[in-house]
Design a protein around this ligand. Structure first.
Ligand SMILES: [Zn+2]
Length: 431
């Protein structure tokens, strides 16, 4: 009865919740992010049913008992949801007391002021002091090609549903022995991912003289793997995750691109319902964004030995498989190298990243890019890295943390490159 009364009220409020306009952050006024301890089966079931009723949105999930699930609770369901937790004696704490304020905080940090002289000499707007639209990120790639034509080139590997280009920057090594694919921004709302990938690009190109390890590889860098979704988070709905595919009934657009890849597609942790955040699509590789990566990697062939996809948040270094609790035969190698990455990051920044198999450490998710890269293409060193933070801001990480997060990401790329190239293992490496 209580749920029924709640749902009637919720249906009316939901109209407003989905408003798409310029002041889209206002829809989150009074919404909170809660961290709930996953202590019992009944708490887990409650979370599932609340999510099914759209009374909450799952931000970060763990299927492991005793761990936490982070949820976004809209203001108009807040008292109902909190009451439900109290009824079950569920332990929870407030991570973000007002989501709208956190959104403003994230974008409020002004860029470092450039002097006029400095500004004139630059042909791009990208900074690491704020989050940028895709046009700024792409303009930076174009600038690098014009300034460093001997090592940089751009290939447009596909076009999105809304007609945006999917670009890959190739950074050629003078002594390249293998290819290294770097993917950012497949989930639209994880803003620190494209920003960190852009940071990696700057290190590999503009600061190349102090990063000579990079000569051992050809890097293929796709900073924004989901351009339509990424732009939508800037213009309409900050917490959008999927691409912008129209669904058959028009009411629930979007496919989760990281459930659309063709290795064990449509299994655990992927939904067949278009309204769900993890909707896997009508078929594997049904989306132009995933087709583009598939075709490009098939074309560049077996030289690629590493594939790293950057996501946020949680600070995890994850290796396949994700479709079930199944380990690849060489998983011990991936665990060991993952632990080395985590150690190097900790040395540099004191931040802790947990290392493990994604299905065991977090939850099952089939149709991911990482499973496909490992299982179908056979790329040995495949990782999904969840960047900062550990949950204080979640997807709304303040821009003041972009540089430090980019540095974590760069350390991962450096450590993996050194491992494959067989360098830097004995020497004490500095980051
Ligand atoms: Zn993600």
């Amino acid at each position: 009865m209580l749920l029924w009364i709640f749902l009637v009220g919720f249906a009316a409020a939901n109209e407003e919740f989905s408003l798409e306009n310029k002041t889209h952050h206002a829809q989150y006024r009074g919404s909170q992010v809660l961290r709930v301890r996953n202590a019992t089966e009944s708490i887990r079931n409650l979370l599932k049913s609340l999510e099914g009723e759209k009374a909450i949105e799952i931000w970060k999930q763990s299927n492991v008992f005793g761990k936490f699930t982070d949820i976004l609770v809209p203001s108009f369901t807040l008292s109902f949801v909190r009451q439900q937790f109290e009824n079950l004696n569920a332990t929870f704490r407030v991570m973000i007391a007002d989501v709208e304020s956190a959104m403003h905080e994230q974008i409020a940090i002004a860029p470092r002021r450039q002097s006029n002289k400095n500004k004139k000499s630059r042909s791009y707007n990208l900074t690491f002091q704020r989050y940028h639209r895709i046009s700024d990120i792409y303009a930076y790639l174009e600038y690098l090609v014009s300034k460093f034509p001997s090592i940089c080139s751009i290939e447009t590997i596909g076009t999105t549903i809304q007609g945006r280009e999917i670009k890959v920057l190739k950074i050629s090594g003078s002594n390249a022995k293998f290819g290294f694919y770097i993917e950012g921004g497949i989930h639209a709302r994880e803003w620190v991912s494209p920003a960190s990938v852009a940071y990696i690009v700057r290190e590999l190109v503009e600061y190349r003289s102090k990063n000579s390890f990079a000569e051992n590889a050809d890097y293929y860098v796709s900073p924004v793997a989901n351009p339509d979704g990424y732009e939508f988070t800037h213009t309409n709905s900050r917490l959008w995750r999927k691409n912008r595919r129209d669904s058959t009934d028009k009411s629930c657009p979007g496919v989760d691109l990281n459930r659309n890849y063709g290795y064990q597609w449509g299994g655990l942790g992927a939904s067949r319902q278009s309204c769900d955040e993890t909707f896997a699509g009508e078929n594997s590789f049904s989306e132009p964004e995933t087709q583009a990566v598939r075709d490009f990697l098939t074309k560049i062939g077996p030289s690629v030995q590493a594939y790293v996809a950057f996501h946020s948040y949680g600070q995890y270094i994850l290796y396949p498989y994700g479709y079930d609790k199944v380990l690849a035969p060489d998983s011990a190698v991936l665990q060991k190298l993952g632990a080395r990455i985590a150690r190097n990051i900790k040395k540099a920044s004191k931040k802790k990243y947990k290392v493990g198999n994604s299905a065991i450490l977090l939850y099952e998710a089939s149709g991911g890019a990482d499973d496909w890269a490992k299982g179908s293409v056979g790329i040995k060193y495949t990782y999904t890295i969840e960047l900062r933070d550990a949950g204080r801001y979640g997807f709304l990480l303040p821009a003041s943390q972009i540089e430090a997060t980019g540095k974590d990401a760069f350390i991962a790329i450096k450590t993996i490159t050194q491992e494959i190239a067989g360098i830097g293992r004995k020497k004490k490496s500095r980051f």
